[in-house]
Every structure is written in C-alpha cells, then in structure tokens.
Design a protein around this ligand. Structure first.
Ligand code: ADP
Ligand code: MG
Length: 696
C-alpha cells in the first residue's frame, strides 16, 4: 500500500465550505473530524418524494408527498397555539396541515390559493385526514407536477447542527471522494466472488440513491451497497474485538495453579457431583488460569445448568493462590443471592466474602471497602464493584454473571479494573443465553467460549400450558392445592414499556387478590419499589419456604434460585419476548418435583405472540429458543443491547445481515493474517471516531 494511501480520507473537515471553528467543534464532539468520518454519517432513513399522491388516494398511516393549494387558514389558541391550514388538490378532497410551533411570518406565508408540496405521515384528523408538522415547500406554477427522480436520504441531528445542514456537508464531502484505488481496504482478490460494489461506489449509492432504487431495497438491506457497507462494518467490529483480544493476551497474568487437593474440601461439601459438562468447563478455566496469560473466557450454559458452582471453583482456585476474585451481577437481588450462596460455601473454608451493595449505610460500606483493600478473597456486587473508589489488594479474577444483561461496552470497561500496563486480571463471563454460533463469533470475537451443554441429572421437564387471563380464578384455586402439597409458586405480573410505578401497582393488585383468595397461605409481594431490606427478607423467607406464593414483577427474571419452587405463573405472557419467558420459566424445574409453567395471556393473541407461546410449549431447549428469538426479534435482545437501544452499528444489523457473517469471518481470517495494515485501517475507518466519541 502506498504511504499516501487514504490521505484524502484523512483530510480535516475544515477543507469544506461553511465549516468554521464552531461547526468543526460540534462535529468533533461527535467524533467527526475527517472527510471519511462524514462519508460514514450514513442516512438514518430515506424519504420517497418521487411521486405525488392525490388526496383521494391517500391512505391512513402512509407517508406521502402531496401537491396542494391552500384553501383556508385558521389560527387557534385553545390550549396552546395552533395553526391549521386546510389544503386541497384537483381531486377536490381536503387535508389539514397542523402546526403547534410556528412563527407568525411562517403562518402569514399560507395565502389562500398558494401552491405547495408537502411530505408527511397521514393521520386521522377531526373531519379529514391530516398531517402534523409535515415538511413543506411553496412552489411556483411551472414547478407543478415535477418530482424528484430519486429518494432523499435523511440524516440525524447533531447538537446544534440540523439534519439538513449535516446532509449538505455530507454531500459536499462526497465531492472529495478519491478513486476506488485510494479508498478500497478489502483486497480485490478477497472480494471478487461476492459481486458487491467497491467502498466508494457503495457510499455514493447510499448517500445519493440512483433513480429506480426502491425504499424496500434499502429498508430490508437487500441493496448491494447496503450489503457491502454492512459487511465492511461487521468486519471492522470483528477485527477490533480480535485486536483487543490480542492486546490483552499480550499482557501477563498471574499464574494460578493451586494443587487440586485445595479444592477438595469445597467439592466434598457440595450435595451433588459436578456434571461432566461442568467438569469440562472447569478444566478449560483451570487451563487458562495457569497459562500466565489473562483468561478471556465466556461460559454459556442454559438456565439452570449450574454456572454458579463453576464460578465458585474459578474463584476458589484464585483465592487459594493468594489472589482476590470479584463477581458482578446485573441486579442487586441476584448479587445478594450470590453473596449468600458464596458465604455459605466459603465461610467454612475460612474465606472472607464481601457483599458490596448500593444501599448499605456509610459505615458498613466503609468497612466493606476496607476488607476489600485488606485482601478479602471474594467480592460480590453489581457494577458498583468496578467503580474507582473500590481498591483491591490483588484482583486476579473478574467474573460477570448473566452478561447478556450488560452491554458490550460495560463488559469491555471491566478490563480496566486491576489492569496495568503489563498485567491484566483473568476474566470469566457467564451467560445463560445460548447465542447461535455465528452471532457469538462476531459479538464475542475477543473471547474463548465454553459451553455447559448438559443439565444436572434428576430434573423433570417443566410442563408448559397456555391459558387465557379470564381463567385466573381457576388458576388461583389450583394454587391452593399445590401449596397444600408443600410446593411454592412464583406469580409474575408483566407490563413492559410501562413505568415501574404502574408495574408495581399491577403487581400490588394481583397480590391483594391472591392473598385474599388464599387464606392460610403466605403470599408476598416483590417489585422494584420494595425497600432493599424488605426484599432480602422476602427472598430469604421464600427460600426457606416460609412464604409459599411470591407475587413479583420481572425483577426475579435473572438468576434467582429457589429449587423448591415448582410453579411459574406468568400473567400477560404475550407481552414478553422468548428470551425473557425462557429465563422466567428457568426459575422452576430446579428440584426433582414435577414443575409447571402457566402462560396466561390476554386474547386475542397476535400471530407473533401465538408463535412465541407455541415455541415455549414445544421446547425447553434454550438454544432453539434463542434461534427462534433471533428470527422473531433481532439480536438486540440476545446481546443485551435492548436497554441502551443501541447496537453500536452505523448500518449493519446482526439479524438482518446474519447471512453475511460466514463471509465476514472468512474475510477477517484472511485480513488478519495477510493484510495487517488494511485491518488496522478498517478498524480506524469504522470505529476510530466513534470510539473517541463513546469515551468522551
Ligand atoms: P444457572 O446459574 O446456570 O442458571 P445455577 O448455578 O443457579 O444455574 O444452578 C441451578 C441449580 O442447580 C441450583 O439449585 C444448583 O444448586 C443446582 N446444581 C448445580 N450443579 C448441579 C449438579 N452438578 N447436580 C445437581 N444440581 C446442581
Ligand atoms: Mg445463574
């Protein structure tokens, strides 16, 4: 590659007209410094102004362009200022345009008879269809009927820079696109069979779609230019993870290799023998720990496969070798349960186990921090464990439970703790989500993967039935019998997308009904508003079977382990995704009693909801369920990005573009080995600026 390769791409944005220090500063804050950064500000949507729809052909919900004349103008101040412009076209139908923010000069432009072009979504108004805040433009008589010949890209807003301005800058930056030979980072020999366009051609086709390009092609990602850019982006992310892995692996880690006999007292104290799968995974981990390189391992194991004890053995090895181990859980409820389990296990072995909770008093917290600084062997908590003021004496092992609940960023930020220039702690990530292989290879390209592919023996499969919510009374009557036989029950109230307050209220109502219907049976209520001390008391009493029915929101979704609980009732199950249903159901079927899961639903069921419920009835194989979930919902759910609503990609979409992954993996392999310089440039191209922004 020539030394000046990419010089054009690296030119500062200040070479563009209209980019002074103020705009450059705002763009810089978003990680946009070079022309290339602007090229990669890809449109977030496209608008179709290639046709004019007549008002009699408009359909509700449609986003359409109309060409109309002003028929009447009304300004009202009922509750807030409002401008209503009635327009009509030659079909003589009418449409209302409504504006809630407008200047009076803007309002005065709407003169009866004036011709304008509007673009917006069709909604149902009072007497006719309406568009609220459509985009519009007055046109002259000789412009009438002449449409654009291509789709319009829509750009995002950047603080202080409107979408239109950004679009103009992007278009200007494209005038500086060098020839393909100065742009292309994927060697021709590697791409030749794909039939995909070059990088520059793909960029142009996305920013300035050719006439004839359809919205559908772009939305579904089938357009070759989209495929090309998505492929390159997936490749860049994969290469970046692989490089991070190499960087971590290049550091030293403490060699941890205590004699097997030091683990024996712990194993002897367990009421069961490890499964072959658990044993295999522990062997993998012990191999990593003694290697002298930092472990980077993901343990995948379905709900109930017994990951906790595997984590305990990793911790014990570390502690016996004189180091500290930290276990991070996604919820305080789960962290506390782990803390109790580990204290039970480790106290008899003389190991100090610290539970660091958010809501502890200052005095307790100070004490805990002191114990950690003094070298307490085992430390458990939520992500608070990784905060700056928590000082470890010798943190050698960092473990993350239920990683799918944390974002990828959080996982990567973990590495900083206990890491120095030369040293890195060992890392163990536990996840219950059996991610399909190709997806795992791209999302976890930095990790080695071990799978616990076997459940402990003696489990009876959970019987799953679906029932309409209207049969709630029957279900409650059954519960009485179940509890009479010594069983325990979870009753989960679900209301997703509602505020925590409303969730808590609905759980409260269910709790009151159930408690009133079941005299003599202990019923308790758990939701996010219950004070922490009360939460711990309830969980303890449920574990000890002093409480028989636990009414809860989805707070109990991850990790909760009460083997005697054998019935899981989920109200409004149709509102939950497969991954969540599977996690919830995994709370039962942990003991040897026959277990049941009742999925209650509100009829009528949508086709999608029915399909999910059918999947749940047909299988308890987490792997199949995950594949189905990926198909139905996309990877955000599987990879834990739902909360942030951001998968970190500009154009790629792991479920839509899953078909590209095998080719991407092949390319990655070849680039890593044959074209290191190109790999670096690819990562810099796609992630360089964005990474600076993420850490700003
Ligand atoms: P996971 O975290 O993988 O969902 P847990 O670690 O909570 O699962 O274990 C689930 C249940 O299985 C716990 O009650 C645990 O005591 C039990 N268990 C774990 N390993 C074994 C085993 N080898 N044999 C029998 N029971 C086991
Ligand atoms: Mg667990």
């Amino acid at each position: 590659m020539k030394p000046e390769f990419g010089a054009q791409a690296r030119q500062p944005i200040s070479v563009l007209h209209g980019v002074g220090p103020a705009i450059a500063g705002k763009l810089h804050d978003r990680g946009i410094d070079t022309l290339q950064d602007l090229w990669l500000q890809l449109p977030i949507a496209f608008e179709d102004r290639t046709q004019i729809i007549t008002l009699d052909a408009l359909q509700l919900g449609q986003t359409a362009q109309v060409e109309v004349r002003v028929a009447a103008v009304e300004r009202g101040f009922r509750f807030r200022p409002m401008l209503k412009v009635t327009v009509q076209d030659e079909s003589l139908r009418q449409l209302s345009l409504r504006f809630f923010h407008y200047s009076s000069s803007q309002a005065s432009q709407f003169l009866v008879g004036r011709l304008l072009r509007c673009y917006g979504q069709v909604r149902l108004g009072v007497n006719s269809f309406e568009m609220v805040h459509p985009s519009y433009r007055f046109i002259t008589e000789d412009q009438a009927g002449i449409c654009r010949d291509r789709l319009d890209p829509v750009y995002s807003n950047i603080d202080g820079i409107g979408a239109a301005t950004l679009g103009k800058l992007v278009r200007q930056s494209l005038r500086h696109l060098p020839p393909e030979a100065d742009l292309e980072l994927i060697p021709e020999a590697l791409l030749q069979d794909s039939g995909l366009p070059g990088f520059g051609a793909a960029l142009t086709a996305i920013h300035e779609p050719l006439p004839g390009t359809t919205l559908a092609e772009l939305r579904t990602g089938r357009h070759p230019a989209m495929q090309r850019l998505a492929l390159e982006e997936l490749l860049a992310h994969h290469l970046s993870l692989r490089k991070q892995r190499l960087a971590v692996k290049a550091k030293a880690a403490r060699r941890i290799d205590p004699p097997a006999s030091s683990l024996e007292p712990f194993l002897a104290g367990l009421p069961y023998r490890l499964t072959a799968a658990q044993q295999r995974v522990i062997d993998d981990i012990r191999g990593d720990l003694r290697s002298g390189q930092p472990m980077l391992r993901l343990v995948q194991g379905d709900v109930g496969s017994g990951k906790t004890v595997v984590a305990a053995l990793a911790a014990l090895s570390t502690i016996r070798a004189g180091g500290q181990a930290a276990l991070m859980a996604p919820t305080e409820l789960l962290a506390e349960q782990h803390a109790r389990t580990f204290m039970d296990w480790f106290a008899p072995l003389g190991i100090d186990t610290v539970f660091l909770a958010g809501k502890q008093t200052a005095a307790v917290r100070r004490q805990n921090l002191q114990r950690i600084a003094d070298g307490a062997g085992m430390v458990i908590g939520t992500h608070a464990l990784m905060q700056d003021h928590v000082q470890y004496r010798q943190l050698d092992l960092v473990m993350v439970d239920e990683q799918h609940r944390f974002g990828v960023d959080q996982r990567l930020s973990l590495r900083d703790k206990g890491e120095s220039e030369a040293h890195s702690p060992h890392q163990l990530i536990l996840t219950a989500t059996p991610i399909p292989r190709t997806l795992a290879m791209s999302a976890y390209a930095d990790l080695d993967v071990s799978v616990i592919d076997e459940l402990p023996p003696g489990r009876t499969p959970v019987q799953t039935v679906a029932l309409a919510n209207s049969r709630r009374d029957e279900v409650i009557a059954h519960i009485r019998d179940y509890c009479g036989q010594g069983n325990q029950i979870y009753w989960v109230c679900t209301l997703i997308d509602e505020s925590e307050d409303i969730q808590a209220q609905s759980a409260q109502a269910a709790f009151e009904l159930i408690a009133a219907s079941l005299p003599g049976i202990e019923v308790a209520l758990l939701h996010s508003k219950v004070p922490p001390a009360e939460k711990s008391r309830i969980m303890r009493e449920f574990k000890d079977n002093h409480i028989q029915v636990l009414v809860a929101t989805t707070v109990i979704e991850v990790g909760v382990d009460v083997p005697n609980a054998s019935v899981m009732v989920i109200e409004n199950a149709e509102r939950l995704g497969l991954a969540q249903l599977h996690q919830l159901r995994g709370r039962v079927g942990r003991g040897s009693t026959a277990s049941h899961c009742l999925l209650m639903y509100q009829s009528p069921l949508s086709a999608m909801a029915r399909e999910r419920i059918d999947v749940m009835r047909q299988t308890d194989n987490g792997f199949l369920i995950a594949e189905k979930d990926l198909e139905l919902r996309g990877p955000g759910e599987l990879l834990g990005t739902r909360q942030t609503g951001d998968t970190g990609y500009r154009i790629a979409d792991l479920s839509r573009d899953a078909g590209l992954l095998p080719e991407m993996l092949l390319l990655a392999e070849r680039l890593m080995h044959g074209y290191p310089e190109q790999s670096d440039l690819l990562v810099a191209r796609w992630i360089g600026g964005a990474a600076r922004f993420a850490h700003a």
